[in-house]
Ligand binder design. Structure first.
Ligand code: SF4
Length: 741
């Protein structure tokens, strides 16, 4: 396709060139049949062009169907600048890399070098693959041998090693963890015989020299943290002129996890198990492995028993302050620290005897560091407060803890340029930080063990510092970032306050704007609010009522339903009831329930069956795109407020209260609204979709915050009458005519 000279006119501004690209006779109209200029899309693109010129920050909420990807990619590609695009997960990464960027580049006549960088578990590890294929390692399933042969063949011909290219071996196959690497088991540049051809290294090298790099939020944060930890040393990514966070609503959750630290009893047990196996095989004379590892296991058992003795039970997630006899864990924690440190000594004594022992030693040091964050537990008589606790934790930890510093002595300290090994070591160290600023210390009891967490109350400060150090322009975009208003609607204004606070932006330093969806929600959808009592604390009873209220709609829709719950218990009860109803009524709707198969497979099955009812919890509220007839009804049991006993939310609310603000309105309502918008957003995905959104929560009419909730949802036709909804399904034409009577 011939290049449009208007896009490369050196005398024209970026805004003028972007306008030409989106014009009726522009390259996009010529390249994409059905393309037509959309006001929201052009508005967004021009806002980004202006942001780039000022090296500013744009926060852009773009409704479903706005065409937000092309809106930001067009100015980004025409600018010729280096751009990092960070997404919430793999599906969007793949879509951008395989489809959107190449398609749009061709249409615009530009040829940027583009790279995608995923987490290391996405790439075949040649070292581990050879080990599994050649050393007769037992395989998990009967047909694993055939699949292993496919992976070996794939590794010989692939350029990227990206396992998503090998569709014949499903994403969730138990073979994958055996032939991919983790930070903990990668041998790294000095020890790995395959390092020269390593797919992870290759992907990182590609990213370093690319103009457009597509990553995910976690990798982005890791790379920038790496740079900051090691001044002068590159991260995994190039320095960007523009950093784009797409699916930016997911950034706060990812960043909270990233800036927090944690260790678990099962990690410690795993290390002890691995150390015993490796020690006995390769360094039998180097230590009494049975005794040392046995002591670690015994200490773990004692700590677990003590946790149960102070009243913790499976499923608990409790802040330390709320565990009355928390001080009783002091002895068992001290014993575990001592036993685990002794294991570290044994690994150190045997360093250099076998690569796997050295790799395990690095992992051990990392976990020991995390455990060190809990050292004060061994001496505390009273549980500390959240903020005092952080100070105590920070005070106790030397700038570089002994375990890690010990490992670092092997690294060249005065090398002029960072080597791959430097990067490898630095990558291991990134996560050793304790959160800066107030944090909440909490304990989580799972079937597999007990996890000790230290989670920051806010990552805004650290994130602000990161942005300052990185420089350039910034874009945060998603369909759900604000509360309280729809662009273009009368008497409402979008409120970005909550999101800006979360990511550490002040309204003065950014432009925050909303571009509406081009869909005609009024005609395409109905918001049905059944006459139900407000949800009580008893989730199960409420879910039972919601199922009853939703059932006539499910029948009218012919299945084709997402039934989404705010709790696992509610989801299970809803699934049981719906299964009964489907059977009793002799209907053939396939019932698909979360966790019955992997999420993507479940969604694929839902699309394929065409009349299914899918019951899920929060993980189905976002990132699910079912266009067309297969999805005609979305039911949500209630407004998704975070459970009142969540330790992180509680600590955040306390901090907000201490600052004189009302946590419910400043934190809980915006969080719930953004989440509800995501859930409701599953329904209408194209200009021809039609459907009903039912919310089983009458508090939107009885509580003060209800107005904010209603104002944030798409502009559906709203009704409390079942008859209207049934007409919507049975007689669309009549329903449409009635709308305008
Ligand atoms: S460097 Fe690490 S990821 Fe790469 S092949 Fe070696 S062990 Fe595997």
């Amino acid at each position: 396709m011939a290049r449009d000279p208007r896009l490369f006119d050196a005398s024209a501004s970026l805004a003028e060139r972007v306008t030409a690209a989106f014009s009726k006779d522009g390259p996009l109209a010529q390249a994409f049949p059905g393309f037509r200029p959309r006001g929201g899309q052009l508005g967004f693109a021009l806002a980004l062009a202006e942001t780039l010129q000022k090296e500013g920050t744009l926060v852009a909420e773009a409704g479903t169907g706005t065409g937000k990807t092309f809106a930001y990619l067009t100015p980004a590609l025409l600018s010729g600048l280096t751009v990092i695009i960070s997404t919430g997960g793999k599906p969007l990464q793949d879509q951008l890399y395989k489809k959107d960027v190449p398609m749009l580049s061709r249409a615009l006549g530009v040829h940027p070098k583009t790279a995608v960088l995923k987490g290391r578990a996405n790439y075949v590890c040649l070292e581990r693959l050879m080990h599994v294929a050649e050393d007769g390692v037992p395989l998990p399933e009967r047909n694993s041998h055939a699949k292993l042969r496919k992976i070996v063949r794939f590794a010989q011909i692939t350029k990227t090693g990206d396992r998503s290219e090998l569709a014949e071996v499903p994403e969730n196959d138990p073979l994958w963890p055996m032939v991919t690497s983790t930070r903990e088991n990668c041998l790294g540049p000095d020890r790995c015989p395959h390092y020269g051809e390593c797919f992870v290294k290759r992907a990182r090298d590609e990213a370093q020299s690319a103009q457009i790099v597509i990553v995910n939020h976690h990798l982005y944060l890791s790379s920038v943290a790496l740079k900051r930890e090691n001044q002068g040393m590159d991260g995994m990514l190039p320095t960007a002129d523009l950093t784009v966070f797409d699916e930016a609503h997911q950034l706060p959750a990812v960043a909270t996890a990233f800036f927090g630290t944690r260790f678990s009893t099962y990690q410690v047990e795993d290390i002890a198990h691995e150390a015993e196996a490796l020690g006995k095989s390769y360094a039998a004379d180097g230590a009494d492995w049975t005794k040392i590892c046995g002591a670690v296991r015994k200490a773990v058992d004692e700590l677990k028993l003590s946790c149960y003795a102070v009243g913790l039970t499976e499923g608990d997630r409790k802040a330390v302050e709320t565990i009355e006899r928390f001080g009783e864990l002091a002895g068992p924690m001290a014993t575990l620290l001592k036993a685990f440190a002794k294991l570290g000594d044994a690994l150190k004594t045997n360093a250099g005897r076998r690569d796997e022992i050295d790799v395990l030693r690095a992992y051990h040091a990392e976990v020991l560091d995390e455990m060190d964050n809990w050292k004060h537990v061994a001496t505390a008589t009273k549980p500390p407060t959240a903020s005092a606790d952080t100070e105590a934790a920070n005070a106790e930890i030397p700038a570089s803890s002994p375990a890690v510093a010990d490992l670092m002595t092997a690294a060249p300290s005065n090398a002029p340029q960072p080597t791959d090994k430097d990067r490898e070591i630095a990558e291991r160290l990134v996560k050793k930080n304790t959160p800066k600023g107030p944090a909440v210390r909490w304990v989580e009891v799972m079937k597999s063990g007990i996890r000790f967490n230290l989670t920051p109350l806010s990552f805004a400060g650290e994130f602000r510092e990161m942005r300052k150090a990185e420089g350039g322009s910034w874009l945060f975009t998603s369909a759900t970032l604000s509360t309280g208003g729809k662009a273009g609607a009368a008497n409402t204004a979008a409120d970005f306050g909550h999101y800006l606070r979360e990511v550490g932006l002040s309204p003065e330093e950014c432009r925050a704007e909303q571009w509406p969806s081009p869909f005609n929600y009024w005609e395409q959808g109905v918001f049905y609010l059944p006459d139900l009592p407000p949800p009580e604390r008893n989730t199960i009873e409420h879910v039972e009522r919601v199922v009853e209220a939703a059932w006539p709609l499910i029948v009218a829709a012919g299945g084709k339903t997402f039934f989404l719950c705010t709790s696992i218990a509610g989801m299970e009860r809803a699934a049981d009831l719906l299964e009964d109803k489907i059977k009793t009524n002799g209907l053939d709707y396939p019932l698909l329930v979360q966790n019955e198969m992997p999420r993507n497979a479940l969604i694929e099955e839902f699309r394929r069956r065409g009349n299914a009812v899918l019951v899920g919890s929060m993980s189905f509220w976002e990132g699910v795109d079912v266009r067309g007839d297969a999805l005609s009804l979305v039911v949500i049991d209630k407004i998704p407020f975070t459970p009142p006993d969540d330790p992180v939310t509680n600590a955040r609310c306390e901090a907000i209260r201490a600052s004189g603000k009302h946590p419910f309105f400043v934190h809980s309502v915006p969080e719930a609204v953004i989440s509800l918008k995501q859930g409701a957003g599953r329904l209408i995905r194209s200009e021809t979709d039609r459907g009903v959104f039912m919310l089983g929560d009458s508090r939107v009419l009885t509580k003060g915050y209800g107005k904010t909730v209603l104002a944030s949802l798409p502009d559906f036709y709203k009704t409390r009458q079942l008859g209207k909804v049934l007409t919507f399904f049975a007689d669309p034409e009549r329903f449409r005519e009635d709308l305008y009577c």
